[in-house]
Design a protein around this ligand. Structure first.
Ligand code: SAH
Ligand code: MG
Length: 213
């Protein structure tokens, strides 16, 4: 198996974010498999942690990673919520701004030429998008509404043979929020995706046919 560049791996491991190393490596492997199909696209850049795994896969596979985030944080990242980190609050405005952290992470990993960041709202970008994808990674807002909107607006861009990766999939409500699991169920039931791998809360599926509904 193609292994990830050691120096990029060290940067990924040290980056602020929400991607355990074993799941990040599974993501890297999915990205390498998907790269011959088309470019990779991530929803939820945050501080660039998962983008280092996927960007390294893009480099290895001769493609690029697009990553979209408004960098203002999801509901669950705001002050008072479970996944808040006060380091990413802009002291001048009091709002979250993860973009400077993201840029630094990608710079340190030496991936600026293959990781293309889009700053803005994910479904809005999708409304103007046209390029078929080798891999779509859904890790944006984790509410039913946000995760469902990401699936609805992006899943149909995954090319046949391409990969859909979903993070934070918990079948048991005691382990975490259910929205990513519901997205996974829809992909299997009506999206034309077949389950492929599972590593921790990261699940991958492969687009086998048709268009997601
Ligand atoms: N993949 C990251 C974690 C992502 S956290 C890692 O490896 O650490 C989820 C991110 O989704 C947050 O940065 C938040 O700003 C972003 N997000 C939430 N809703 C969004 C939307 N509608 N459009 C773009 N980004 C969104
Ligand atoms: Mg996540």
């Amino acid at each position: 198996m193609n292994t990830m560049d050691e120096s990029a791996l060290a940067i990924a491991r040290g980056a602020v974010g929400f991607m355990p190393d074993d799941e990040g490596l599974a993501l890297y492997e999915a990205g390498v498999r998907a790269a011959p199909v088309g470019p990779l696209l991530e929803i939820g850049s945050y501080c660039g942690k998962s983008a280092v795994y996927l960007g390294s896969a893009a480099r290895a596979g001769g493609t690029v990673l697009f990553t979209v985030d408004h960098h203002r944080g999801s509901e669950e990242n705001q002050a008072g919520w479970e996944h808040h980190d006060s380091r990413v609050v802009d002291p001048e405005t009091g709002r979250m701004d993860t973009l400077p952290f993201f840029r630094r992470t990608v710079e340190r990993a030496g991936l600026e030429d293959v990781v293309l960041a889009v700053v803005g709202d994910s479904p809005t970008l999708a409304a103007y998008w046209t390029t078929p994808l080798g891999l779509l990674f859904i890790d944006g807002g984790h509410s039913e509404e946000a995760a469902g909107a990401d699936y609805d607006s992006w899943a149909h861009f995954v090319a046949p043979g391409g990969v859909l990766a979903i993070h934070d999939v918990f079948e048991d409500p005691d382990d975490g929020g259910q929205a990513p699991f519901h997205v996974w169920q829809r992909a299997v039931d009506t999206g034309g995706f077949e389950p492929e791998t599972q590593q921790g809360s990261l699940r991958t599926l492969r687009r086998v046919k048709g268009s997601p509904t």
